[in-house]
Design a protein around this ligand. Structure first.
Ligand code: NAD
Ligand code: UGA
Length: 469
């Protein structure tokens, strides 16, 4: 029986390993983490992350060939294949602060592997890492190897949150990078054999290590670039009377461009796009390529511009002041079908409005009050550094209340901001909402999900990204 151990029981480690266990009954999979509470949650009825379909997969396999454990050293030492899926946040201090990836968690995992291993291992980079990380990891492992052989593979993950299970069941591609030596190729084959149990072989591609590492950064940069491109167009649409949805549709019908990922929004969020582009920018700078670095930096600048633009539009529409006004925030997660708030545009929008002294009433079906308060009181980039995750008092941002119902959030509000495209926001009774709001009643749709004409008929003043005013 092949034994797999995955270090890091997060948004990637948990779902990917659960799916491997489900699809490969003859493989034993153990997911380990330094966070004892996270492991306890994976072993409970209330999983630590919300992801459609995840509960079923975990419940089917847990205790059979899928285990979650805090006994890291034991399971690492017993494994044949070790996935490392720890967080790789942006550095907040020192060389490269604000851009470079912080590999502290990765390095400590690698050193621990070297310390406890008693047999040869395949070590798989699952985390998104700077290109050439495998070289550093190889050095750490081989210089501490005591004769044990390691093969490092890069197997970046392309799942998106909210559709993780679907993405893992039916991946468009699985990418495996390895050394071009006989041992390297053997290791690639061993990992291919795992995926081949459910992924068609022509979708499993192998490359050299550096191409695999860089492909992951490139894929996220390209995806984010599409959003910044359409968001940049949304500003021009508003200035000219064009409608960004019509423009996206017309542009996306060109098969060379394609229709996906062209929804204008208040800005992209999530734990990875910004971090990975900053990481790419830093790598370009370190390699003496400032023009390339500046090109990619612009994707983030447009994203920041879009979030600011949204806040400015809201404040200027509401007679240049939101001081003391109640603004309902519908949606706080960075996208629908997840409770994840990492780098959600809602944080920037809420902070912008709080800066103008608005009173916020926030509702998101999957995000807790504690999480929202923590997000609104934390400095940029600190969220992914566990040291900062101290519990804080939920009343720390006084102008914020968190409620469990969209109607409650919007009652007596002057304006409504839609910041996450939850399906339930499409079918709200907007007449009822209008009747209970202050007048004039404003709606600022950061996700283009409401029917603008219908809402205007009700009496709302509506602003929708990239739509005629
Ligand atoms: P996460 O923060 O949810 O999970 C990481 C886990 O690693 C945490 O639970 C943490 O406690 C644990 N950890 C850190 N250091 C450890 C150590 N030394 N030993 C044991 N456990 C340790 O992060 P995530 O969202 O799962 O992302 C992990 C990696 O995958 C990142 O590099 C990210 O860029 C990449 N990625 C994420 C996604 C996504 O959708 N979230 C998708 C593709 C790739
Ligand atoms: C993204 C990629 O899609 C995954 O392939 C990748 O594995 C992952 O990052 C990662 O490396 O972490 P994710 O961030 O989970 O996945 O979600 P996306 O669906 O990509 O959405 C990212 C952000 O872009 C969200 O805030 C979303 O609302 C926004 N978005 C997306 C738009 O504003 N417009 C769009 O057309 C699409």
């Amino acid at each position: 029986m092949v034994k797999i151990c995955c270090i890091g029981a997060g948004y990637v480690g948990g779902p990917t390993m659960a799916v491997i266990a489900w699809k490969c009954p003859s493989v034993e999979v153990v997911v380990v983490d330094i966070s004892v509470s996270r492991i306890a949650a994976w072993n409970s009825d209330q999983l630590p992350i919300y992801e459609p379909g995840l509960d079923e997969v975990v419940k089917q396999c847990r205790g059979k060939n899928l285990f979650f454990s805090a006994d890291i050293e034991k399971h690492v030492s017993e494994a044949d294949i070790i996935f490392v899926s720890v967080n790789t946040p942006t550095k907040t201090q020192g060389l490269g602060a604000g851009k470079a990836a912080d590999l502290t968690y990765w390095e400590s995992a690698a050193r621990m592997i070297a310390d406890v291993s008693k047999s040869s291992k395949i070590v798989v980079e699952k985390s998104t890492v700077p290109v050439k990380t495998a070289e550093a990891i190889e050095k750490i492992l081989t210089h501490n190897s005591r004769g044990i052989k390691y093969q490092i593979l890069s197997n970046p993950e392309f799942l998106a949150e909210g559709t993780a299970i679907q993405d893992l069941f039916n991946p468009e591609r699985v990418l495996i990078g390895g050394r071009e030596t006989p041992d390297g190729q053997k290791a690639i084959q061993a990992l291919k054999d795992v995926y081949a149990q459910w992924v068609p072989e022509d979708r499993i591609i192998s490359t050299n290590l550096w191409s695999a590492e860089l492909s992951k950064l490139a894929a996220n940069a390209f995806l984010a670039q599409r959003i910044s491109s359409v968001n940049a167009m949304s500003a021009l649409c508003e200035a000219t009377g064009a409608d960004v949805s019509q423009v996206s549709h017309a542009v996306g019908m060109d098969t060379r461009i394609g229709p996906k990922f062209l929804n204008a929004s208040v800005g992209f969020g999530g734990s990875c796009f910004q971090k990975d582009i900053l990481n790419l920018v830093y790598i370009c700078e370190c390699n003496g390529l400032p023009q390339v670095a500046n090109y990619w930096k612009q994707v983030i600048k447009i994203n920041d511009y879009q979030k600011n633009r949204f806040v400015n539009r809201l404040v200027s529409s509401m007679f240049n002041t939101v001081s003391g006004k109640k603004i309902a925030i519908l949606g706080f997660a960075f996208k629908k079908d997840t409770g994840d708030t990492r780098e959600t545009p809602a944080i920037d929008v809420c902070k912008g409005l709080l800066g103008d002294k608005a009173c916020l009433s926030i509702y998101d079906p999957q995000v807790t009050e504690d999480q929202i308060q923590r997000d609104l009181s934390m400095n940029k980039f600190n969220w992914d550094h566990p040291i900062h995750l101290q519990p804080i008092s939920p009343s720390s941002v006084k102008q914020v209340s968190v409620v469990w119902d969209a109607y409650e959030a919007t009652k007596d509000a002057h304006g409504v901001c839609i910041l996450t495209e939850w399906d339930e926001f499409k079918t709200l009774d907007y007449q009822r909402i209008f009747d209970n709001m202050q007048k004039p009643a404003f709606v600022f749709d950061g996700r283009n999900i409401v029917n603008v004409d219908k809402l205007r008929e009700i009496g709302f003043i509506v602003y929708s990204m990239g739509k005629p005013l």
